[in-house]
Design a protein around this ligand. Sequence first.
Ligand code: ADP
Ligand code: AMP
Length: 218
Amino acid sequence: MQLILLGPPGAGKGTQATRIGEEFGIPPISTGDMFREAIKKKTPLGEEVAQYIQAGELVPDELVLGIVRDRLAQPDTAVGFLLDGFPRTLPQAVVLDQYLTEKGQKLTVVIDIEVDPEILVMRLSGRRICQECGAVYHILTKKEQQAGICDHCQGRLIQREDDYEATVRNRLTVYTNQTAPLIKYYRDAGLLLQIDGAQPISAVYQGIITGIRQRLGQ
Ligand code: ADP
Ligand code: AMP
């Protein structure tokens, strides 16, 4: 099963990815998480991508494609995968298609989570993540049990630097200009499953699972 989670920043991709991955037994793969990990570890890749991420710009395609290719070559993806935050440009989508064709694989469904921009700003400015495991929280809609501490690993919760309001607005513009064209690309390919992401987290999840099962004829 080869899935893609599409949608603007703050739509709820990361929140849904973990559960969908567990449901279908496939690894969730977030390019944003991989970049944040590289920045934290101060690797050469981390140093190269940090400036783009902090400015809310996209990382250049060749850097993104390099890490995705390496990740998809790992054995745990043999059963499938769930891509979260990739592809984000048409060239990335085209290269992914070529890569899957070479491997004799096909995309199963592209899940597009849709949410209005005003809600996105509220979601992103209230988002907190665990600096250890990356688990996602929100100061109003998904609170941790013990203030500032991750429920899963006891790591410290932090605000992402690219979640400050000025950067958030730029990220939404970048999404509209560079990533939103992928909606048509995947609709034309007959792969798109659109979900109303303004619903509560559990309703979004149910919508996604039901939609995928319908596609699979289950
Ligand atoms: P993305 O990965 O698409 O950028 P996240 O999954 O990190 O988005 O979610 C962004 C913020 O919105 C997080 O703080 C998360 O807790 C919150 N959130 C996610 N889904 C919902 C939802 N359906 N309703 C309310 N808040 C949500
Ligand atoms: P995310 O965690 O998905 O919100 O991604 C955080 C940031 O990482 C984005 O704002 C981009 O700067 C960068 N990034 C993640 N995935 C990609 C991608 N597929 N293409 C380009 N940049 C990306």
